[in-house]
Ligand binder design. Structure first.
Ligand code: ADP
Length: 396
């Protein structure tokens, strides 16, 4: 039986799922989330397959320490015997530059992730620190990375190419990579099972960070994020697509450095910057309903952004069989789904108001709709675990 510990790392958060595989079957033995890493006390909740749950606190300095702590807790609670009981750890790693797919964490991988850190400055350092720290603490443990760019390796070259001097792509790798690959892959595979005839799928992954992906016959053919995670749709805190020639006037007027300007565009823009209320769509909608016109504009702009991508991608796909909403916003916000779908009647898409207002995985379009609309919970960690397991088998 192989056991794989999958990690999904945020700036101050550490999410994990611990999988056991036996033949075709897999089981999640434990799932957990640690918050406030680096604070004097970190809080964590862990659930076990037998229904037990724990909710505890401990000082946890960084992500390497978080793994070591979880390992100790899982040992204490009888879920892990010893280090030999963990076949590998798997990372939902972000930017691998020229590396894509599933790769062993070794010196070459670390060097390549370091090289492209300027393209993912908020994400790669967290993973790099964890990989190095866990390697030091547990030198015998196999570490494998599944890059978030992986699913997008099938996008045609003309769609990953920017209109910049050709040498920039050749020498610097300035091109579209796309992210959220594990989520888009999971949804593509799930729709293939639920709606076997669906060849043309658009997946809207809308959460703390958002992107849209067009899938043809199970392969990504377009996605909204680019060389970095900052482009495409505007996100809760990020600007998304933006006119680079506005940088200079902004810096000149406010006296910001380039770094300060980029910080605002990546942390204080998007829903937060536009609404002036919050980066949480629930609060933005509440404010809009209370008459806050800036909040209303933020909601309208987000929906319009999403609609524009769906229109573009329906053109790339030459039609549409399935439209999926996933992520915390995609699965939970009925008003957003309703507003986005309102303008898609030209595709023969009809949303069912009652089903849209409901909850849980399922179809939310009418029986007669030409496009099947789905509300589906994503499961990125299951893709990482399956990819790590396949990698280990191929490289045994
Ligand atoms: P992450 O990208 O961090 O994994 P999630 O996919 O869990 O995040 O999505 C979190 C986001 O979902 C938050 O921005 C939250 O505001 C949003 N969200 C959760 N519930 C709702 C809701 N009912 N309506 C609108 N947005 C929601």
């Amino acid at each position: 039986m192989e056991k794989i510990f999958v990690m999904n790392l945020g700036t101050t958060s550490f999410k994990f799922k611990f999988y056991a595989f036996a033949g075709e079957d897999s089981q999640v033995l434990a799932t957990g989330e640690l918050e406030s890493i680096g604070a004097p006390q970190s809080h964590y909740d862990i659930s076990y397959a037998d229904g037990r749950t724990i909710s505890e606190e401990a000082p946890i300095a960084d992500h390497g320490a978080a793994f070591a702590h979880c390992f100790a807790i899982l040992q204490r609670d009888g879920v892990i015997r010893d280090l030999d009981d963990v076949t590998a750890v798997g990372y939902k790693a972000v930017h691998g530059g020229n590396l894509s797919g599933t790769c062993l964490v070794d010196d070459a991988l670390i060097a390549e992730m370091e090289r492209v850190t300027p393209l993912a400055p908020a994400h790669n350092p967290i993973y790099l620190n964890a990989m190095k720290d866990i390697r030091n603490r547990f030198p015998k443990l196999t570490q494998v990375a599944r890059f978030e760019t992986s699913f997008h390796g099938t996008i045609p070259q003309e769609r990953v190419t920017y209109g910049v001097p050709y040498a920039w792509q050749e020498e610097l790798g300035i091109r579209r990579y796309g992210f959220h690959g594990s989520s888009h892959q999971y949804i593509s595979q799930t729709v293939a099972k639920l709606q076997p005839g669906a060849r043309r799928i658009i997946n809207c992954h809308l959460g703390g960070s958002s992107s849209i992906c067009a899938v043809l016959d199970g392969k990504s053919v377009a996605t909204s994020m680019g060389a970095t995670l900052q482009s495409g749709l505007f996100n809760n805190n990020r600007v998304g697509d933006f006119e680079p020639f506005c940088l200079k006037p902004i810096m000149d007027h406010y006296g910001y450095t380039l770094d300060e300007t980029l910080e605002i565009l990546s942390k204080k823009s998007g829903l937060l910057g536009l609404s002036g209320v919050s980066n949480d769509l629930r609060l933005v909608l509440e404010a809009a309903e209370g008459g806050n016109s800036q909040a209303q504009l933020a909601f309208d702009t987000l929906c319009d952004n999403i609609l524009g991508y769906i229109g573009m991608y329906a053109a790339y796909l030459n039609g549409l069989d399935a439209l999926v909403f996933t992520g915390g916003i995609g699965t939970n916000s009925a008003p957003l789904r309703e507003k986005v779908c309102r303008n898609l009647g030209y595709l023969g898409l009809q949303l069912d108001a009652d089903k849209n207002a409901g909850r849980g995985d399922g179809i939310i379009s009418t029986d007669g709709s030409a496009v099947t609309v789905w509300r589906l919970k994503t499961d990125e960690e299951s893709v990482v675990a399956a990819c790590v397991r396949a990698y280990l088998k191929e490289n045994a």
